[in-house]
Write a protein that binds this ligand. Sequence first.
Ligand SMILES: NC(=O)c1ccc[n+]([C@@H]2O[C@H](COP(=O)([O-])OP(=O)(O)OC[C@H]3O[C@@H](n4cnc5c(N)ncnc54)[C@H](O)[C@@H]3O)[C@@H](O)[C@H]2O)c1
Length: 262
Amino acid sequence: MSELEFKGEVAVVTGAGIGIGFEICRSLALEGAQVILNDLDELLAESAAEKIRSEGGVCQALGGDASDPKFAASLIGHAVERFGSIHIAIANAGITTYGAFLDYTVEEFQKLVSLNLQGSFFLAQAAALHMKTQNTGGRMLFMSSVTGHQSHPYLVPYGMTKGALRMLAKGLVGELSQYAITVNAISPGAVLTERTTGDDPTFEDGWCGTIPMGRVATVQDIANAALFLVSDKASHITGQTLLVDGGWTATSQVPKLQIPED
Ligand SMILES: NC(=O)c1ccc[n+]([C@@H]2O[C@H](COP(=O)([O-])OP(=O)(O)OC[C@H]3O[C@@H](n4cnc5c(N)ncnc54)[C@H](O)[C@@H]3O)[C@@H](O)[C@H]2O)c1
């Protein structure tokens, strides 16, 4: 029988009560990792972790706000306390706020930057400090987006944060490679999740016609890419952003969507 790929490894994933983060936690846990699953919604985090445990995975919930640097550090500290070490840190939590550039408010901007950038940056810092002390190397992953590669109307501040995450992955190479820590990002295209279909019932149909592969991504498509980038198979890949978009950025047609109003 083949050994589970992540046996003995400890992972932290933020914003993982549903959607992409949940599927990453589930896939890691079913491949043997011990996982700390975070979500802002404590009850959701607990029920998500319970689902993974019911499938045989090792997963513990920790509710809290991933935009708060102190909480991000405590997430990593908790993983080390509970499971003895930290190998994989995935800054998945991110909010998507739609809004016209000419109307965008300072409050909306700060909320977006606080989670998408500050939260990701300080989760990585806390993880790197532990990985350096452990001297075991490590894997970091940021969740970018196709909107961080191409212009996308009404998602400009969001796209700006996602573009910055790609640069964060690249930038950290210069300081973290000496500790055998790899730092990469994934840029999903349109992904079918509870949120995307909830925001816009036409989401799937709207995108299908503009994606060369003819379908939107599943959360499993994104989790597959994530597991590769945090595995030993990717130990010589760092500073990279992997687009998982069915070819969308090769053509970049923006579909006509119903933009949700606040
Ligand atoms: N779904 C897509 O089509 C898509 C496309 C490109 C990029 N992304 C990125 O992938 C990531 C996951 O997207 P998704 O659609 O699966 O997520 P989502 O919007 O469904 O949110 C997942 C979870 O994050 C939690 N969350 C929100 N704010 C939080 C906070 N401050 N701290 C901790 N948890 C918080 C929510 O409670 C929710 O349960 C995000 O960074 C998103 O920007 C998603």
